[in-house]
Structure formats: C-alpha cells, structure tokens
Design a binder for this molecule. Structure first.
Ligand SMILES: C[S@@+](CC[C@H](N)C(=O)[O-])C[C@H]1O[C@@H](n2cnc3c(N)ncnc32)[C@H](O)[C@@H]1O
Length: 482
C-alpha cells in the first residue's frame, strides 16, 4: 500500500473526490483521537480504495490506522464513488465534475472489455470490469455519480473550452450552467469574472458576469464596440415614436414584453387600466408593429403572467393573432427542479392555492406563418456522435426545441433590478434574435424596452431601436449600453 519512499498508493476512485480542507481534516483527526477510528480504511489490490481523509487524519492524530480488504461484489470503482457520495453533500454540478473525471476510467474499462472479448488479456482482467456493457460513457458516468448526462456533456465542452472553469464547479463556486456560460466568453473576460467572484463570494455569479460584460462593452474602443452606438433608446410613447420614426417594413425582428395590466408598480406607467381600453390599446400597438415589420421578420411577444389570471397571456396573444400568424409557441422555463436539484430562482408566492410560477410564454409571430428560422444558430450538440453523420445534415448541433431554460437571476436588491420591476434576461432576447437570423445591418425593435430590452441587440452588433415611456428606465437603459 506504500511506495518505497513511504507514500501511500491511492486507487484512482479515491482521488476523484476533493480532499477535506485543513480545518475539516483537523476536526476529523480530533474525533479519531477521542473516539478511535470508527470505519476502517478500505484497500483493494494494494491500494487505498476508500478512506484517504481518514488515513491522513489518523496520521495527524498519531493513531494507528486500521485497514480492511474490500470484499464487495461488482465494481470497486462504483462502490467507492457511491460510498463517497453518501458521505459528502455535493451538488448535481459537483457530481458532474466527478463524472467528468470518471470518463477516462470508464473508457479504460471499455478497452479492457474489448481486449477480453477478443480473447486476449485474460490475465489482466480485474473484478472491476462490471459496468454496463452498452451505453454512452457520459450516461454511465452520470448514473454512477447520480447527476444528469446533459451536465456531463456540458462539463466535457467546458473542459475543452475553458479548463480553468472546471475547478470552480468542483469547489461548488458555480453551477454547470453558469460555467457553460462563462466558457463561451473570451479568456480575459473569464479572468475578470473569476477574479470578481473570488473577491466577493457573496455576489451571485450571474451578477458578476453581467457587470463585467456591460463594462467590457463600455470600455471597448469605438471600432470594437459591439454596436452600442448603433442602438438608440428613444423616450416616449411607442405608438407615437414608431409612427414618426420607423418606416414601413424596415424592422427585421421585434422582441418585446409589453405591460401585462397586472398592477405592477412601474415608475410612471399605470399598470391598472380598464380591461377594454387596455385590449384596444394593444390592438393599436400590434397593428403598428405589423406595419413596421419586414415581410420576413419575426415578432417575439414575451408575456409574463400570474396564476390568478391564467388566460391573460393567451388573450394578449389572441389580439396579436388578429394581425400576425402564430408561427411558434415557446415556453421560457425560468426555474426547474430535476431529480431534487433546483435551478434558477423560485419567486415566492402568497397562499396555498397556486404552484410557484416557473415559466412564461414567448409567442413567435410572423406575417405569413412561413418564415425560415436559423434554428442551428441556437442549436444544441447532438447527444450521440452517430447522429452527426446520419442523415447527412453535416451539422454538429440540432434544433433546441421550443422549451428554453433560461434561469432568472436571483433578485438581491434594488441595484440588481436597475430600478425596474419586470425585466427579462438579455439571454432570452439574444436567443430570439439569433433564431430570427439577424445580421449586422438588421434593425431590431423593442417598443417597451425597459432597461434590459436592447442589451442583446447591442451585444450582437445589430442596429436597434428601444422605446420606453419612462425617462428613468430610458436613462438606465442608456447607461447599461454605455
Ligand atoms: C414589462 S416592461 C418591459 C421590461 C423590459 N423587457 C426589460 O427587460 O427591461 C414594460 C415597459 O413598458 C413601458 N411602457 C408602458 N407604456 C408604454 C408606452 N406607451 N410606450 C413605451 N413604453 C411603455 C413601461 O415603462 C415598462 O418599462
């Protein structure tokens, strides 16, 4: 179990889990000194299979360690992982990192299986060759570590694009989804964000990311700016502004979220209007949006709704449907629980009647109902490599479908809200704009832009017009764009 120079030999399964920190190890050593070693250290084929921390704590406590040979059935690797998972409180994201580490071991086992089935290498065969004979390695790794295989796939991409981010997920600083976002940024942006997170661990990862991204738009030299100078924020009533400033058929994509008449406390706009008057007003808005939209343009209508008014979103879409064709209906999932792990922010609700609302509608309207979309621009990688070649589509991604998980940032206080009570995340607008296939000279419109409405257009470097009736929101929106 020890090398010639007295170092312990650890099984690779044992090294998958992060060692205890200094203080935790000291408490374990104190406990062992006082009560003795309660669980022996497990050895397998001359290596420590389980109990690395117990062994180090025994040395620290000056207690003679007790060893026991592993006598289980099946895979020692799987057993050691399972034993550790029971003891450790790891998130699904942290377990996905362990699954990532496990992949080369599973691949090694697969090779051993191949050697065995070819009738060679029987001598080298070990008890550990007991994982499923079929199935993709990341699925097997996900099953063993009790996480989901899409997380494992994401961790593989993160490891390829930004290996330094893997450690952040391993230590529990960020989730797989946040790390995937971070991995898509440039290396200097990643460094700044990681420094920001480490300097102030109480801040949410998303919040730090957003600050750094907004700053990098502001600080970029004029020629590098991702079009913020091409995005205008116009303060005023959108019907009037559109009528005066926007030509017929000149807008390629509209992404907007109008007021919902739900009594939201906006700074100036009164969100408690007479129902009929509100519907008539929406009708005029949609008529005007139809006028300005290009024949091949896309109009994405995001409607937040309350459980108390379950038909309100549909009714709004019906009014838009008098002017446009409903081409797609997207469900924007803001928060979700999968296998007891929650992702995103769950807004608290009063009373026992309703479930927490975790999604909203995004209605995709076009003039003809037959406008081609850039589905691959927001595609997701195929789960199985064989799908890439099969069918001859020559693409590594497939359509992402019509349910989009874009977690809503946890709201901490007024600074996060940028003094607006009903923002959508810029990632939502970005996804819509990419799907609509906007290009450099495209014109994008948000007639109710609030503070966040034009961030995506600025990021993508397209021309944009954002309109809001409230001077305070317009000022914030301009500030965010630099
Ligand atoms: C749901 S919020 C949009 C928030 C925005 N999507 C964001 O993420 O920041 C609706 C916005 O419509 C604005 N608004 C209300 N009536 C308006 C009008 N007639 N013209 C322009 N903006 C208006 C409100 O001030 C409010 O900011």
């Amino acid at each position: 179990m020890q090398t010639k120079n007295g170092k312990w030999k650890f099984h690779s399964a044992c090294l998958l889990f992060p060692p205890l920190g200094k203080d935790e190890l000291q408490s374990l050593a104190d406990d062992i000194r006082e009560r003795g070693l309660l669980n022996p250290i497990i050895i397998y084929e001359g290596q420590i299979l389980d109990g690395r921390n117990r062994l180090l704590a025994c040395e620290l406590a000056g207690v003679k360690p007790e060893f026991k040979k592993w006598d289980g059935n099946g895979s020692p690797l799987s057993w050691a992982i399972s034993a550790n998972l029971i003891r450790r409180h790891l998130t699904a994201s942290q377990r996905a990192v362990i699954a990532l580490d496990l992949l080369p071991m599973l691949e090694e086992e697969a090779k051993q299986r191949q050697r065995l089935s070819a009738g060679r290498g029987k001598k080298g065969a070990t008890k550990s060759v007991t994982f499923s004979e079929t199935g993709k390695a990341s699925q097997i790794a996900a099953t063993i570590t009790r996480t989901n295989s899409s997380y494992v796939e994401k961790m593989k991409s993160i490891n390829r694009a930004a290996p330094e981010v893997v450690a952040e997920v391993r230590s529990g600083v960020m989730t797989v989804n946040d790390a995937a976002r971070l991995a898509k940024l440039t290396q200097p942006q990643r460094q700044q964000i990681l420094a920001g997170i480490h300097n102030d661990p109480d801040q949410s990862v998303r919040r730090v990311m957003r600050k750094v991204l907004v700053n990098s738009v502001k600080q970029a030299p004029a020629s590098d700016r991702q079009g913020d100078s091409r995005v205008e924020i116009l303060c005023g009533d959108c019907l009037k502004v559109m009528h005066e400033k926007i030509e017929d058929g000149s807008v390629n994509a509209i992404v907007t979220s109008p007021p919902f008449n739900r009594g939201i406390a906006y700074h100036t706009y009164d969100d408690n209007r007479d129902k009929t008057e509100f519907s008539e007003w929406l009708d005029q808005i949609f008529h005007e949006l139809h006028r300005v939209l290009h024949d091949d343009g896309s109009f994405f209508l995001t409607v937040g709704h309350a459980p108390k008014a379950p038909w309100a979103a549909i009714q709004m879409a019906e009014i838009a449907g008098k002017h446009f064709r409903l081409q797609n209906q997207i469900i924007w999932v803001k928060s979700i629980t999968v296998n007891e792990t929650s992702h995103g922010h769950f807004s608290p609700i009063q009373g026992e009647r309703f479930l927490n609302r975790a999604w909203d509608y995004v209605f995709h309207f076009t003039k003809s109902g037959n406008v081609p979309l850039k589905r691959k621009a927001i595609g997701v990688p195929y789960q199985h490599d064989s799908n890439i070649t099969r069918g001859g589509h020559g693409s590594t991604v497939r359509c992402a479908g019509d349910v989009w998980f874009i977690p809503h940032e946890t709201i901490h206080g007024s600074e996060d809200r940028a003094e607006h009570p009903a923002t959508f995340p810029p990632e939502l607008a970005e996804r819509c704009l990419k799907l609509a296939g906007v290009e450099n000279d495209s014109l994008v419109l948000d007639p109710f832009c609030g503070v966040n409405g034009m961030i995506a257009a600025a990021k993508l470097g397209v021309r944009g017009i954002g309109i809001d009736i409230d001077p305070v929101y317009c000022k914030s929106a301009k500030k965010l764009l630099g």
